[in-house]
Design a protein around this ligand. Sequence first.
Ligand SMILES: *[C@@H]1O[C@H](CO)[C@@H](O)[C@H](O)[C@H]1NC(C)=O
Ligand SMILES: *[C@@H]1O[C@H](CO)[C@@H](O)[C@H](O)[C@H]1NC(C)=O
Ligand SMILES: *[C@@H]1O[C@H](CO)[C@@H](O)[C@H](O)[C@H]1NC(C)=O
Ligand SMILES: *[C@@H]1O[C@H](CO)[C@@H](O)[C@H](O)[C@H]1NC(C)=O
Ligand SMILES: *[C@@H]1O[C@H](CO)[C@@H](O)[C@H](O)[C@H]1NC(C)=O
Ligand SMILES: *[C@@H]1O[C@H](CO)[C@@H](O)[C@H](O)[C@H]1NC(C)=O
Ligand SMILES: *[C@@H]1O[C@H](CO)[C@@H](O)[C@H](O)[C@H]1NC(C)=O
Length: 220
Amino acid sequence: MFPVQLFLVSSTLWTLQRSLCHGACVEVDSDTDAVVNENFKLGCISCKMRAEVPATATVNWTFTPRGENETIHIYTYKEAGIIENERFYGRLCWNGSRNTTDLQDGSICLQNVTWNDTGTYNCSFKRILTFPSYEVTTYASKVVHLNVLSLRTRGMASILSEAMMYVTIIGLQLWLLVEMIYCYRKISAQGEEALRESASEYLAIALDSKDNQALAAVAE
Ligand SMILES: *[C@@H]1O[C@H](CO)[C@@H](O)[C@H](O)[C@H]1NC(C)=O
Ligand SMILES: *[C@@H]1O[C@H](CO)[C@@H](O)[C@H](O)[C@H]1NC(C)=O
Ligand SMILES: *[C@@H]1O[C@H](CO)[C@@H](O)[C@H](O)[C@H]1NC(C)=O
Ligand SMILES: *[C@@H]1O[C@H](CO)[C@@H](O)[C@H](O)[C@H]1NC(C)=O
Ligand SMILES: *[C@@H]1O[C@H](CO)[C@@H](O)[C@H](O)[C@H]1NC(C)=O
Ligand SMILES: *[C@@H]1O[C@H](CO)[C@@H](O)[C@H](O)[C@H]1NC(C)=O
Ligand SMILES: *[C@@H]1O[C@H](CO)[C@@H](O)[C@H](O)[C@H]1NC(C)=O
């Protein structure tokens, strides 16, 4: 059990340290499996490389439906969000950074997901870094390939890793039990042997002293 716990603790510490070192901004990849008729968060995080430099950013989202080669502009965020295409009217909302123009999280939420929402989403950041005497414009983009499912299913990897966890825990417990039984048997066997040994020694001593007494009697 020890190595598993050690691993968990050290990986948690490592993640914590990583997020602290990057000013709490970590570029987490978006989920890619949405469920039809539910809401879904299209995640898009672009961390500012120079956390100490003031900046402003704007975000665009585009969508390429699966099987089509036309890309449509669906959302713009510049101080406020604007839905740019009628197929998403009333269905997109902002889930990114709030109360700042220095955006690092450009996530949006997609409400009442339909089968037609399947496709490729592209989130692009345009960031203007303001240095004391000049400005630098940087671009970054993230792509989300969205699948729409009829039911919430768990990824194979998650199921496998949970199964592995149980196998490991139960396996280790069984191993511990077997080891305990083995040790118990060994100790009790040694105990009996020791008893037997001391008994035979006692007998030998007793016989010895009897012999001596007999010899002494003969000698007298
Ligand atoms: C993609 O666009 C090209 C040119 O606009 C067109 O010839 C082609 O058929 C289109 N492909 C699909 C899958 O729509
Ligand atoms: C989403 O679907 C629910 C239930 O069908 C409906 O009440 C709601 O108005 C819909 N929301 C949007 C933004 O279409
Ligand atoms: C996204 O924003 C909507 C509306 O503001 C909110 O209801 C929803 O909980 C948010 N989702 C996440 C994952 O933050
Ligand atoms: C953002 O601004 C709104 C109104 O200006 C305020 O109600 C809200 O508390 C602010 N949120 C944060 C996280 O500062
Ligand atoms: C999905 O797209 C097809 C073909 O473009 C259209 O006939 C259908 O009405 C659309 N469904 C929804 C829910 O928007
Ligand atoms: C996403 O959009 C940006 C800006 O329009 C573009 O530079 C980038 O190539 C796009 N990425 C993909 C995979 O289409
Ligand atoms: C978003 O799109 C508009 C119009 O296509 C463009 O002017 C703007 O620079 C784009 N912004 C980003 C962040 O890519």
